[in-house]
Design a protein around this ligand. Structure first.
Ligand SMILES: [Zn+2]
Length: 93
């Protein structure tokens, strides 16, 4: 996994194509990442003593190959290969 928690990524395909967000968790075993505000799905939560319950929206994990790192220096989306190096400006990400 070349993408880490806290990275800024851009979505390359799917309904959120072109959108950007911060990685909030990674699952190396499944090759998936959860990105803030991306791939939102609605689910139903039961009412409990602490919470109201009802329909909630939450991020669903995204296949890591659908996300590209955003270079903090030149703001371009980078497909990470062997290292975390930007191919546009050469910055280490
Ligand atoms: Zn760059």
């Amino acid at each position: 996994m070349k993408i880490k928690k806290g990275d800024k990524v851009r979505v390359l395909s799917g309904k959120d194509k072109g959108r950007e967000g911060e990685v909030i968790s990674v699952n190396p075993r499944l090759g998936k990442v959860v990105v803030s505000g991306i791939n939102m799905v609605k689910s139903f939560r039961k009412k409990t003593q602490e919470e109201e319950g009802g329909i909630i929206e939450a991020e669903a994990p995204l296949t890591v190959s659908k996300a590209a790192l955003i270079c903090p220096k030149c703001k371009k989306a980078v497909r990470v290969g062997k290292g975390r190096v930007c191919r546009s400006c050469g910055a280490n990400i």
